[in-house]
Design a protein around this ligand. Structure first.
Ligand code: NIG
Ligand code: FE
Length: 422
């Protein structure tokens, strides 16, 4: 049995509050405890309070971690990533720097399809090895849970290979993975001009195998011109729902594709991207309380100026989430800290709103709002000591890794300098 206390937190940013996603003004309420402290027993938080309150519980068998007057937050929950793939697309990054667009590169056979070619050639072991490197990046940037999509296999066996790699990464690294099946990422080359046959393969073979092996909690579809139409997306998502999977949708990213309306119609947990979402798309999301997942790093990295209209979404009462969209093409960014910076500078979310969106709201969007996303008694002790005095500095001192120490389930997984004081 282990028992320890964390003391001397300049701000303990608890995000304590009602047991549901935060909307409207609630997004600005972080429930900060100045000179905060926490008591951790085994892998869970037992008590949270200011130093005087917690000191009463510090007995002889209790280790004490001195946070050194730093800011402590829940681990970030990154609710949209594609963290398993072979190779990189640094060449496409260079092409974009020379004026090509993300869509032009995809039309010329690059983009998602080029990662599919490489991922099909890779073994499960190779995907796990590459994934472990990225897991370290996430942890070092203060992320303790990621949603993780398949979608670079696009055959029955290659999609299962990706999902098994995600399962192994969940078991073999300290990072927690929430698996999502994204067989409908693009129509693979061998089905060119015959997308309905590929949709048949997803519905009749891939989804039943994924469900039988219990390899995914969610099903996602890239609903976009050049990927899957609204009708095709509906067919896939309905089949997934019948098998007990929860739904997410890549919606209204490059064009107003109708993805938001579909997400609302089917009761999806999230609609993601939404750069092109207009007032009526936002209204649709609101009618079914679909959580918008905003991905500013992919806007930055494809060199676009058009960020999602976060303010309109918050004003409409939506429980906004921000995530990195980590992937080898549109967003080679594993840092939630950069997502926070862009949320404030480009989408005009206050630092507090962005932190709520990156923790508690993200946790709810993954069905884990009662387990992670805030620092409250009973929750898993996933927390990060950041080397700053004030939570606003996380996004403000941009481009830095702030974490000094990262804990998952009460275990130190990214040690910084030694902080144990007794
Ligand atoms: O979320 N939009 C579709 N999928 C990814 C891009 C993946 C890639 O470029 O490899 C996204 O941006
Ligand atoms: Fe994505």
């Amino acid at each position: 049995m282990s028992l320890f206390a964390v003391i001397n937190c300049s701000q303990l940013v608890t995000l304590a509050g009602s047991q549901r996603p935060r909307v409207g003004e609630e997004l600005r309420e972080l429930s900060i405890i100045e000179n905060g402290a926490m008591l951790i027993r085994n892998e869970r938080i037992e008590q949270v309070g200011n130093r005087e309150v917690i000191e009463v519980f510090i007995t002889a068998d209790c280790e004490v971690i001195d946070a050194g007057n730093r800011t402590v937050l829940p681990g970030f929950v990154d609710a949209h990533t594609h963290p398993v793939f072979a190779g990189t697309r640094a060449g496409e990054f260079e092409l974009r720097a020379s004026g090509a667009t993300y869509e032009q590169i995809a039309l010329a056979g690059g983009g998602i399809r080029s990662t599919v070619r490489k991922t099909r050639l890779a073994s499960e072991d190779e995907l796990v090895a590459a994934g472990k490197r990225y897991a370290e990046w996430f942890l070092r940037c203060g992320t303790t849970t990621v949603e993780a999509k398949s979608g670079y296999g696009l055959t029955v066996e290659d999609e299962l290979k990706m999902l098994r790699a995600i399962r192994r990464l969940n078991n073999e690294t300290p990072l927690s993975y929430v698996p999502t099946f994204l067989g409908a990422h693009v129509v693979p080359d061998e089905f060119k001009g015959n997308s309905s046959a590929y949709v048949d393969l997803i519905v009749e073979e891939m989804l039943p195998r994924v469900a039988a092996e219990n390899l995914a909690e969610f099903c996602d579809v890239f609903c976009e011109a050049g990927a899957f139409s609204v009708e095709e997306s509906r067919r896939i998502l309905l089949a997934a729902k019948r098998l007990g999977l929860k739904l997410r949708v890549h919606a209204d990213q490059l064009s107003l594709s109708g993805g938001s309306a579909l997400a609302a119609e089917l009761g999806a947990m999230t609609a993601d991207h939404l750069e092109q979402a207009d007032e009526s798309a936002i209204c649709n999301l609101q009618s079914a309380m679909v959580q918008p997942v905003l991905l500013p790093c992919s806007v930055l990295m494809i060199g676009s100026q058009r960020y999602a209209n976060a303010r309109a979404m918050i004003e409409a009462g939506l429980a906004a989430v921000i995530a990195t969209d980590f992937n080898p093409g549109s967003s080679p960014v594993a840092s939630m800290l950069l997502a926070l910076t862009l949320a404030s500078t480009q989408m005009k979310m206050t630092p507090a709103e962005a932190i709520s969106a990156a923790t508690i709201n993200a946790a709810y969007s993954l069905g884990r709002g009662k387990e992670i996303g805030s620092l409250e008694p009973g929750k898993r002790a996933d927390f990060v000591i950041h080397d700053c005095d004030d939570y606003r500095e996380l996004a403000y001192f941009a481009g830095l890794e702030h974490p000094s120490a990262v804990y998952v389930g009460g275990q130190l997984v990214v040690p910084g300098e030694k902080m144990t004081s007794s």
